[in-house]
Design a protein around this ligand. Sequence first.
Ligand code: WTA
Length: 647
Amino acid sequence: MANLHPVPAEFAARARIDKAGYEKLYAESVSDPEGFWGRIGKRLDWIKPYTRVKDVSFDISDLHIRWYEDGVLNVSANCLDRHLATRGEKTAIIWEGDDPDDSRHISYRELHAEVCRAANLLTHLGIGKGDRVAIYLPMIPEAAVAMLACTRIGAVHTIVFGGFSPDSLASRIADSQCKLVITADEGVRGGKRVALKANVDAALERPNTNSVETVLVVRRTGGAVDMQVPRDRWWHALMEGQSEQHDPVPCEAEHPLFILYTSGSTGAPKGVLHTTGGYLVHASYTHECVFDLREDDVYWCTADVGWVTGHSYLVYGPLANGATTVMFEGVPNYPDSSRFWQVVDKHKVTIFYTAPTAIRALMREGEDPVTRTSRASIRLLGSVGEPINPEAWEWYYRVVGESRCPIVDTWWQTETGGILITPLPGATDLKPGSASLPFFGIKPAIVDANGNLLDGATEGNLILTDSWPGQMRTVYGDHQRFIDTYFRTYPGNYFTGDGVRRDEDGYYWITGRVDDVINVSGHRLGTAEVESALVAHVSVAEAAVVGCAHDIKGQGIYAYVTLKVGVEQSEALRKELIAWVRKEIGPIATPDYLQWAPGLPKTRSGKIMRRILRKIAENAPDQLGDTSTLADPSVVRNLVDERMIRG
Ligand code: WTA
C-alpha cells in the first residue's frame, strides 16, 4: 500500500478547489462538456465571443477537433494588454541568468512594450498572419518576447530546443517552411557557450531551407559570429527604431498558434500543431487550478521553452493568468548543486515545478546542498515529464519541501497541450508515484491490446475517450499521420502511447511508453530517429535502438549496431558512432551503450524483435520469452554472450 499523504489542513482550508468541489466540477465537466468549457472559456478576453463551444469527432472517417470555433481573440493581448490596468507594474518575468549575479525583473508594462516593438519588427520584416517563424534561442527574455510577438501578429512559431543539432534544426525548418529564424549569437549554460548562430548557418546549408529569408540574431554573449548580408540582422539594432504601439491581430480560435516537433514511434519528428483559443483556455485554466495560483505567487517552472512544458507552463499559462514567472537560463548544478534552492531563496519562489530526472540527479548529491538553503517561501511542488519513482517523490517531499508542501505529479504530453491527469493540491490525497486523478473534462480509460475496455483496478494502455480544448489539432502538413498515429489503434479514441495502472481508489499510475518512444531525462526520442542517425554513418549496415533503465535519466539509449562487411569493430569506432549520433541529433540523443551486433534478431518476415533486444539490454537473458518466430536463433545467443561479457 502506497504511503498516503492527505491534503494538508492549511491547503484544504483555503483551497481554490476542495475535495467536494473537485467531485462536483468533475462530474459536471464530463456530463456537460459544452456547458462546462463554455463557462471556463470566458476566462479569456475575446475580441468576438464564441457561440459554439465544441465540435469534435474522433471517428477516423471524419476526424476533426474544434473548440470555440467562431470566437476571435489574440494570445498576446490575453497575456499582456489585459493585465496592464491592474498589473502593469507587477513583475511578469523574473529572469535568472546562468551567472548567479545576473538577473532581471520585467514588469507586465515593460514586457508589453517589448512585445509590441518586436511585433512591429516582424511585420517590418514581411512576416504576417500564418507565416512560420523558427525560434532557436537560449532561455533569455527575448525567447518569451519572440513567442508573444508571433502570437500578436498571428504568425506561427516553432521553437527548436537550443541543444538540437544543425540537422535537427534544418529538418524542422524544412518541414514547416519558416520565413524567419530568431536566434542568438551564443547561448550560455553551466558556464559553457553554445554556438547557436553557427548552428543556424550550418542548418541553412541543408536542403529545403530556402524558405528562410531573414535570420534575426539576439546578442547574448558578444561572441564572434559570421553575419551574412543581407540575410542576417541584429535584433537590437532593428528593435531600436520600433514603436511601442501595436494593435494585436485578431485570430480565429482555430488559427494555428504554434508547431512543436516531437518524437513518435516511427519516422521523423512530427510537427504537433496547437491552435489559439482552446489551447490558451486549457493552459491558463490548468495552470491556475493545478498550481493553486494566487496573486502574490512567484512561480518557477524549470523547463526550457524548447519543450511543451516551457510553452504551456513557463510562458502562456502563467502570463495569461497575470502571474510572476521565473525564467532560468542555467542548469541545476552550476555553479554547484545548490543552485535551484539558491534561486528559490533569492526570488522567494512559492511554486516550483521540475522534472524527476533533475530530482534524481540532485538526490545523488545528498541533502546538504538543499538543507543549507532556506526554501521557506515554497508552498507547492510539481513534477512533470516522466513517472516519478516513489523514492524520488519522498525525497522531494521530505528534503526539498520539508514535508509541508504537496507535490502535484502532472501527466500530459506535447500532444495534449496541457495537464490531463494530476492531483489538485487542495483536493487530492497524494500517493507517491501516482499522477492520481483526471483533470476536469478528461475521460481516461484503460484498454487491453485488443481494445477491450477494462474496468476497476486494472492495468493496460491509456486512451482518452473524448476531447479537451488543449488537444493538438493535426500533424502539420500531414493530417493522415495524425489520424494514423493517434486514432487508428483504438478507433474512436485518442491513444496516448502510455501504459497505465488504475488502483482500487481510481488513481492512475503511468507505467511509461508502450510504443517505440524512449523518455530520456524527460525528453522524448523515437528509437527510429536514433537508428536512422546511426545508419547514416558510412560504416553502419543496420541498427536497432531500445530504451534501458538508467538511474538518473529514467531511461537510457541502448544501441545495437551491425557494421558493413569489411568494417572492423573497434573501441575507436564505437566512440565515433556515439559521437556521431550526438552530432546528428543533439547531446540528449547520445547513446549510453553501443553493442556490436553481427546480426539482429528478426522474425522470418524480417521484423526486428525489439522485445528481445530490450531483455538483452536489461541483462535478463532468462526472460527472452517466446523466440520460436526467430529466423535465426543463433543471432540471439551471440548478442547475449557479448552482453554477459560486458556485465
Ligand atoms: C511521459 C511532457 C508519468 C509520458 C509534458 C508521456 C509522464 C510523455 C508524466 C510525454 C508524469 C509526462 N508521469 N509519465 N507525470 N509526464 N510523462 O510530449 O510517457 O515531452 O507520454 O510531454 O512523457 O512527453 P512530452
